[in-house]
Write a protein that binds this ligand. Structure first.
Ligand SMILES: *Cc1c(COP(=O)(O)O)cnc(C)c1O
Length: 363
């Protein structure tokens, strides 16, 4: 009798499984804790919570939960178009930006293709690459920073996509916007440059790839409502690119990939500049608080402007477990080839203080 594995698509057999931040309720149950006392600083979520405008819109939308959502995400794409000074046809909305990256890979990758990204890049790039039988080309990141020149040199005639996140997750390092534009403009015509800007709202300046897009270069940008907008649980992200690339990615998208309350929330949250500003300010203060605290503890960390820091912690893997027992969830990074490091999401001032207090045991 044939096993399911014998019948499965080959790449599925060796596909790694994404390891997410551990949920509060699961940790609380495992360690016998009251969930209301557990803090999650593991998935770069917004400690200020969801955009209030987004939340109110999602609640209103639930009244119509018997109706299918607008599969074309008409209003959200119109709003995005006006924000970006582009056309609605320049956007594809997905169930998180994670989904649009998978859709991009599905539309363009086949066995034999190569995909270039950093050795400590966001793991979804590798998952998307392997899922469609393409080969990852992981470019070393000296000091856990992208080496853009080395990434350019890693491009061959087999390369189909180059992924770059700035800031990068999990390292937190940011690349200079003009260096990003230069890299994007230097790539051969048959390579798609995908710039992942999940943390754009926390930055002072981002790379503007619209001129390259307009001139027909193969560049796409991904953004998300999961971070500064505080809607991680609703799953909305989007891809920005030429009408042609969006049209192709759209063909592999499920008709109703973004659900009704999520779509309503994203539309409203996009206008919630106050929440984004508040989140940006609170984050800058939180980054300073954590950085100072880590310095005081004598712990090495990678400076950054995203809403998390990677820190070198003695016995990191044990610390990850011990912290959970104390009701503090963080993220171990050994899966990223960063054994000994933990990724710490910026929380509220009180949460940051508590985290630093617990970390003191692992100096
Ligand atoms: C969090 C994150 C995303 C966003 O994922 P969603 O699917 O939109 O929640 C994308 N890229 C990076 C680098 C991230 O850290």
């Amino acid at each position: 009798m044939a096993s399911y594995s014998e019948l499965a698509n080959r790449p599925v057999l060796s596909q790694p499984v994404y390891e997410a931040g551990r949920p509060i309720e699961v940790v609380a149950r495992e360690f016998g804790l009251d969930p209301s006392t557990v803090i999650k600083l593991a998935s770069n979520e917004n400690p200020l919570g969801p955009s209030p405008l987004g939340l109110a819109a999602a609640r209103r939308a639930l009244e119509n939960a018997h109706l299918y959502p607008d599969g074309g995400c008409t209003f959200l794409r119109e709003k995005l178009a006006s924000r970006w000074s582009l056309k609605p046809s320049n956007f594809v909305v997905g169930n998180g930006s994670n989904e649009v990256m998978i859709l991009l890979a599905q539309a363009f990758l086949r066995p034999g293709d190569e995909v270039v990204f950093g050795s400590q890049a966001f793991v979804v790039y590798k998952l998307a690459t392997l899922l469609f039988g393409a080969s990852p080309v992981e470019v070393p990141m000296p000091g856990f920073r992208h080496d853009l020149a080395a990434m350019r040199r890693a491009v061959t005639e087999r390369t189909r996509i180059l992924f770059l996140a700035s800031p990068n997750n999990p390292t937190g390092g940011t690349d200079d916007p003009s260096a990003i534009v230069d890299l994007a403009g230097s790539l051969p015509d048959d390579v798609i440059f995908c710039l992942d800007e999940a943390y754009a709202e926390y930055l002072e300046a981002t790379a503007d790839l619209r001129p390259l897009m307009a001139s027909g270069r193969k560049v796409v940008v991904t953004r998300t409502f999961s971070k500064a907008y505080g809607l991680a649980g609703l799953r909305v992200g989007y891809l920005v690119g030429s009408e042609e690339v969006c049209g192709l990615v759209n063909r592999v998208r499920q008709p109703f990939n973004v659900n009704l309350p999520a779509l309503a929330a994203a539309e409203a949250a996009l206008d919630d500049d106050a929440h984004v500003q508040r989140s940006r300010r609170a984050n800058a203060e939180g980054v300073a608080q954590l950085s100072e605290g880590l310095r005081r503890l004598g712990m090495e960390f990678i400076p950054g402007s995203a809403n998390f820091l990677a820190a070198k912690v003695r016995g990191a893997e044990d610390a990850f477990k011990a912290l959970q027992r104390k009701g503090v969830i963080v993220r171990p990074l050994q899966g990223y080839g960063m054994a000994g490091w933990l990724r710490l999401t910026v929380g509220t001032p009180a949460q940051n203080e508590r985290l630093l207090g617990e970390l003191a045991a692992f100096r």
